[in-house]
Ligand binder design. Structure first.
Ligand code: HEM
Length: 501
C-alpha cells in the first residue's frame, strides 16, 4: 500500500492531524454552545435578581411612604425635608465626623434649605431633626407625656436591655433614683471630693516634663479610675482593673462602629467584650453578696455595687447593666470635658493666668489654715473656674444629639410630628448651653454636679503644677462620641517648680 515506510509515516501523520483538527473543531462547537447556555442562564439569573430587587425596593418604598405618616389616612403637615434612600436614608451624611464646634455639613445644609426643624430618614427610621432650642426644651420637658427616650437598637444591644440609657417608664425611674442617690450632694462632699483629689494628683504627678503624651488618655485614666473605684471598689493594683480597661476599650470601639454582628467586625468584638466586662462585674457582685451573707467587716458599703446587691426587686442582669451604663455615662463624658478644658485653655493664656490666680489664692489660704486637702468651701469659691467649666461645656458639645420618639401626634409651630416618629434633638444649638449640655427635663444628667466637681479639682492641680502646650495640632471631633483624632498630644512644663499637693 505504501511505497516506503516514510510514505506510511507521512500518511499516518496526515490522518492524525485531520482527526485532531476535527476533534478540535467539534470541541470548539460544543464549548461554544455550552458557553451560550451558561450565558443564557446567567442572563436569566440576572434578570430574576433585578426583578426581585426591584420588588424589594418597591416594598421598602411603599412602607417608607406609609411610615411617612400618610398611610393611616391622616394628612400630616410634616416639617420639610427629604427621606433619602430606603433603609439608610441620610444616616451616613448625618453621622459624618465633624468639628465638635460645628453642627456638621449635613445639618448646616439642611438648615439652610429647610429651616430649624426638618425631616429625614435616620438609621432607617423617619425622623424629625430639631435644631430649634425652644422645641428642644419642649421635647425634653415632655418626656413620658408626648415624647419618650428612644435608644437605637444597636446601642441598646451593646449597652444591655436594662441600661438606664435605653429604658423608659417605671423601671427607668427606679434605676435613675439609684443613680441620683449615688451622686447626691452629700455623697459628693463626703465621699467623692477627697477621692477625686487623690486620683487627680496621682495622674498629674505621673506626667513627665517635656515628654509628649495624650491628654485625652490621661483624662480617661482619671475618670475611669474614679468610676471603677466608686462603682465597684476596684483600683489599679487589681489585675482585673487592667483587664476591664482593655475590654472597655474594645467595647467603646464597637459602640462607635457600624452595627454589623459578623465575624471580625468591631461590633461583634464589642459584644464579646461586653460579655467579659459583665463577667468581671458579676464576680465583684458575687463577692459583695458573700460578704453580706457572712456579715463580714470592711464591706465597701459606699460602692454602688454593694448598695444595689441587696436591692429587693432588681435582678442580677439589671444590676450589671446599671453598673455598665454608669461606667459608660460617667467616664466618657467627664474625661471628654477635661480634655476639652485642656484644649481650650492652651489657646487662651489670659484665662489660664486668671485661673491660676484663683487657685493660688485658695492654696495660700489653705496653707495659712494648715490644711492640705480641698474642702467643699474651697470648691464653692472657685468662681472663675466654674465660668471656665461652663464655657468649656458650651463650646465643646460633648453630647451632640439625643434620641426621642413621639408617643402621641404632636403639633409644633404649624408642623405635625406623627406618633411613632423619631426625633433627633441637637443639644448643641441652644440659647443657654450650660443647661442643655446635660440635657433637660426628667432625664437631666444625674452626674452633672459630679462632672463639674471632677473638672474643678483637676483644673486646680493642673494650673498650679503645669504650663502646657499642644505638641501637635489637634481638635475636638463629634461622632459618634467626642474625641480628639490624635488624642490631644501635649507637652508640659512644671510651673515655677512649685508643687501644691
Ligand atoms: C461633662 C460631663 C457630662 C455630660 C456633658 C453629660 C451629659 C449627659 C446627657 C446629655 C445625658 C442624656 C440625658 C437625656 O437622655 O436626656 C446624660 C445622661 C446620663 N448621665 Fe451624664 N453627662 C456627664 C457626666 C456624667 C457623669 C460623671 C455621670 C456619672 C455616672 C453621668 C451619668 C449619667 C446617667 C446615669 C445618665 C442617664 C440619665 C437618665 O437616663 O435618666 N453623667 N448625661
Amino acid at each position: 500500500m505504501f511505497s516506503s515506510p516514510y510514505m506510511w509515516y507521512k500518511e499516518k501523520r496526515r490522518r492524525l492531524h485531520l482527526a485532531t483538527t476535527e476533534a478540535a473543531v467539534c470541541g470548539i462547537e460544543e464549548g461554544r454552545s455550552e458557553r451560550d447556555r451558561e450565558k443564557r442562564e446567567e442572563r436569566m439569573a440576572l434578570e430574576l435578581l433585578l426583578l426581585i430587587s426591584t420588588a424589594i425596593i418597591a416594598v421598602i418604598i411603599f412602607f417608607a411612604f406609609r411610615s411617612n405618616g400618610n398611610g393611616d389616612g391622616k394628612a400630616y403637615k410634616l416639617p420639610p425635608g427629604k427621606m433619602g434612600l430606603p433603609l439608610i436614608g441620610q444616616t451616613i451624611a448625618f453621622m459624618q465626623p465633624h468639628s465638635s464646634a460645628s453642627l456638621g455639613d449635613f445639618v448646616d445644609r439642611s438648615m439652610a434649605k429647610y429651616g430649624k426643624i426638618f425631616r429625614m430618614n435616620l438609621l432607617g427610621k423617619p425622623t424629625i431633626v430639631s435644631t430649634d432650642p425652644d422645641f428642644n426644651r419642649f421635647i425634653l420637658q415632655s418626656e413620658g407625656r408626648l415624647f419618650e427616650n428612644s435608644c437605637p437598637t444597636s446601642i441598646a444591644e451593646i449597652m444591655g436591655r436594662w441600661s438606664m440609657l435605653a429604658l423608659v417608664g417605671d423601671i427607668h425611674r427606679e434605676l435613675r433614683s439609684i443613680a441620683v442617690n449615688f451622686m447626691s450632694n452629700v455623697k459628693l462632699r463626703t465621699y467623692f471630693l477627697g477621692d477625686i483629689e487623690r486620683q487627680a494628683v496621682k495622674i498629674l504627678d505621673s506626667w513627665t516634663e517635656n515628654a509628649t503624651f495624650s491628654a485625652q488618655e490621661a483624662a480617661k485614666k482619671f475618670a475611669f479610675g474614679l468610676m471603677v473605684k466608686h462603682l465597684m471598689s476596684m483600683d489599679e493594683s487589681m489585675p482585673e482593673t487592667e483587664q476591664l480597661r482593655r475590654e472597655y476599650h474594645t467595647f467603646m470601639k464597637g459602640m462607635a462602629s457600624i452595627p454589623l454582628n459578623l465575624p471580625g467586625t468591631a461590633y461583634r468584638k464589642a459584644l464579646q467584650s461586653r460579655a467579659i466586662i459583665l463577667k468581671i462585674m458579676g464576680q465583684k457582685l458575687d463577692e459583695r453578696i458573700t460578704k453580706i451573707r457572712e456579715k463580714c467587716e470592711g464591706l465597701e458599703e459606699d460602692d454602688l455595687l454593694a448598695s444595689v446587691s441587696t436591692h429587693p426587686t432588681l435582678t442580677r442582669e439589671q444590676i450589671l447593666d446599671l453598673i455598665l451604663s454608669m461606667l459608660f455615662a460617667g467616664h466618657e463624658t467627664s474625661s471628654g470635658a477635661i480634655a476639652l478644658a485642656i484644649y481650650f485653655l492652651q489657646a487662651c493664656p489670659k484665662a489660664v493666668r486668671q485661673l491660676r490666680e484663683e487657685h493660688a489664692e485658695i492654696a495660700r489660704l489653705k496653707k495659712e489654715r494648715g490644711e492640705t486637702a480641698l474642702t467643699w468651701d474651697d470648691y464653692k469659691k472657685m468662681e472663675f473656674t466654674h465660668a471656665v467649666i461652663n464655657e468649656t461645656l458650651r463650646l465643646g458639645n460633648i453630647v451632640h444629639f439625643l434620641h426621642r420618639k413621639a408617643i402621641k401626634d404632636v403639633q409644633y409651630k404649624g408642623y405635625d410630628i406623627p406618633c411613632g416618629w423619631e426625633v433627633a434633638i441637637l443639644v448643641t444649638v441652644t440659647k443657654n448651653s450650660n443647661v442643655m449640655s446635660f440635657s433637660g427635663g426628667p432625664r437631666l444628667c444625674p452626674g452633672a454636679e459630679l462632672a463639674k466637681l471632677e473638672m474643678a479639682v483637676f483644673l486646680h492641680h493642673l494650673v498650679l503644677k503645669y504650663d502646657w502646650e499642644l505638641a501637635e495640632r489637634d481638635f475636638p471631633v463629634s461622632f459618634p462620641f467626642l474625641g480628639f483624632p490624635k488624642g490631644l498630644p501635649i507637652k508640659v512644663r512644671r510651673f515655677g517648680g512649685n508643687q501644691v499637693a
